[in-house]
Design a binder for this molecule. Sequence first.
Ligand code: SAH
Length: 342
Amino acid sequence: MLSDLTKSEMQDFVKNLGLPAFRGTQLFDGIYAGKSLSEITVLPKNLPIEIIESYPKYKIERKFTSRDGTIKYVFSFGDGNIVEGVLMKYKYGNTLCLSTQVGCRMGCKFCASTLKGLIRNLTAGEMLGQVLLVNRDQGGDAKSRKITNLVLMGSGEPLDNYDEVTKFLRLVSSEDGINISQRNISLSTCGLVPRIYNLADDGFAVTLTISLHASNDEIRKMSMPVANSFSISEIISACKYYFQKTGRRVVFEYTLIKGVNNSIACASELGKLLRGFPCHVNIIPLNEVKERTLKSTSREECYAFKDALEKEKVSATVRRTLGEDIGGACGQLRNQILRGEV
Ligand code: SAH
């Protein structure tokens, strides 16, 4: 697909089809403006079939706006698959949460994305497409960006699709394109340890976010199968390596699940694990998923957890919940749509 290509690769692609390089630039500009092929009016009518077939087929299928201004997008890719993205509006700018896979194979018990397993990986160009479509929907183009920050926290495990995700990071942060700095991109992972080392060694500088959700391996194994493959201490060693290589403070996500991981003893245990490491903990009340029995905690309990962490000198915030009325949690909306409820 053309959106998988860099600008010079796109120019080479059209040259190989017997067209001048500037046609590649026109295609590139159209793709980065979020346009469909017929909207790139500067192109000649009789385009080679190779261009028509490889032009991106992704589009915004549905759009839901929450009372708080959060917008949930449903993207389709021309093969019947759909994924979700969420645009969150903050004072400092707009953050897009995007998907890296259709479904997920990590099997976390609290997560809606993994209910039907992994359907397929998204390509770099399909991840980029989500950014370009929303940017256009918000009135932007490649030169005037309406998206300032990205979080890879939609459906999928980014490090389970390492090659395409890292290619996407290069494309989206390229000066030729939409040029979103890696410093403004968060990559969230359930902790595929060898890939964290790869990310550091391959020279990326994104904010690494770890979905920890437990203060010890026994608790973690209850809700996250990946904990059977990698221990918390292995994850923390990898994070320390990432910090040394990149200088980027690591963020830990901790979703509070009633009766599982929300005790003050858990907070103290977590505090002792993280104390002294330049990191931040995001505490999130579980967003209850219809198909799962796990229960959420009150905001008061979240604040008590935060206080206990701060006692251990670990910085923490309770995450504001956005878009709850529109199926804001990972994969919820896709499941509602697949069930024909919305
Ligand atoms: N696979 C990646 C990124 C996708 S999930 C990861 O595990 O980090 C993005 C974040 O949402 C993760 O921290 C995930 O654990 C969390 N999450 C998933 N389902 C949730 C739910 N029902 N309530 C609250 N957070 C949830």
